[in-house]
Design a protein around this ligand. Sequence first.
Ligand code: ZN
Length: 135
Amino acid sequence: MKNSTTQLLDAAQKIQQNAYAPYSKFKVGAAILANDNQVYTGCNIENASYPLGQCAEAGAIAAMIAAGTTHIDEVLVISPNDDICPPCGGCRQKLREFGDSNTIIHMATAKGEIQSINLAELLPLAFEKSNLLDE
Ligand SMILES: [Zn+2]
């Protein structure tokens, strides 16, 4: 396993413990390696009003943006069970806003088994900035 992957796995496992998931009990952690070489983490946050819940990836993106960085080089999402936890549709779009086709998506099981793909594979034919801006 690459050094950065190990670093992301450790960070995601740590933040996963803080997930607020009293309803689903499905605790997820996410760790982003940004282009400033820093790691930003997030966990899922549920709400009694279910639709207001937030995914782990969104929290990690928020931490990255708050720190003044806007590019995701790699992201790792860790599941609470034996299956990988692929980012949901909404998070794929959120990741695409700050990543590029080569951004690596690592999906880990609770045991730390990892499957990795790039963002072009995760979200083909993405709707993005270039669709809106005349550049
Ligand atoms: Zn999501």
